[in-house]
Design a protein around this ligand. Structure first.
Ligand code: GLP
Length: 235
């Protein structure tokens, strides 16, 4: 594991974007595992900048997103599909048919989870997975729990997560209480993982995850078992 502590958010974004850009340049038809939240916005902005400069070509890139709120459809402004379209997909030449975000409106979410995992496998797995981290150590929406969950599944959001994410909604009551998230297996099977974080609360949980034992109580702690994981953060 490579842990890089940098000065500020701009540096976090730039370093993460370099790793993603290198992945695209080395394998133009790579599978990117993508994340939402405020942390990756700067990284996506850099990638868009390089695309506009003719440095990056997304035409063969495929993507799978980590998670989606249950009950929000892709046109809802707080859905993660909407986030990905507005913060990245609409601004580069990726083929939207090659972009996958879990469907939080699926009738049978359990079956959807199985199909999503099968899809990732059919794509040959994830070449590079970008991750953020929750204040409680969650990755995707794999919340602190008694055990790790391998497959894509429905997660009940912790109160701390709902509170952290309410800033994006009109009120706390509007934050969905459930989400569908990629499980630990697809994340850990990614060939490369890049986790980014910004701010003192995130720095604290990262340092706790790295210092302590591997435990589902701090989901990000499992990343210590990954062979090619880079953590880039600032406080
Ligand atoms: C959400 C997402 C995570 C993300 C986390 C941190 O809960 N499900 O994938 O990493 O929030 O978000 P932010 O970067 O906005 O702090």
């Amino acid at each position: 594991m490579k842990v890089i502590k940098v000065k500020n958010y701009q540096e976090v974004s730039e370093k993460a974007a370099y790793l993603i850009a290198a992945q695209i340049q080395l394998k133009p038809d790579c599978v990117l595992g993508l994340a939402t939240g405020s942390s990756p916005i700067g990284t996506y902005d850099k990638l868009i900048e390089w695309y506009n400069q003719g440095i990056l070509d997304f035409s063969a890139v495929k993507s799978v997103n980590l998670d989606e709120y249950v009950g929000l459809d892709g046109t809802h402004e707080q859905s993660y599909r909407y986030f990905m379209n507005t913060h990245l997909f609409d601004k580069v030449n990726i083929d939207k048919n090659n972009t996958y975000v879990p469907n939080g409106m699926a009738d049978d979410l359990e079956q959807f989870g199985k199909d999503y995992d099968a899809l990732i496998e059919q794509m040959g797995g994830i070449d590079l997975q970008l991750l953020g981290i929750g204040n409680n150590g969650h990755i995707g929406f794999n919340e602190p729990a008694d055990c790790f969950v391998a497959g894509t599944h429905v997660a009940t959001l912790k109160e701390s997560t709902i509170k952290a994410n309410k800033r994006f909604f009109a009120s706390e009551a509007d934050v969905p209480t459930k989400a569908i998230t990629m499980g630990i297996k697809a994340i850990m099977q990614a060939k490369k993982i890049v986790l980014i974080a910004n701010g003192s609360a995130k720095a604290e949980i990262i340092e706790k995850a790295l210092a302590g034992e591997i435990t589902p109580e701090i989901p990000a702690s499992i990343l210590k078992l990954h062979k090619d994981c880079t953590i880039i953060y600032c406080d």
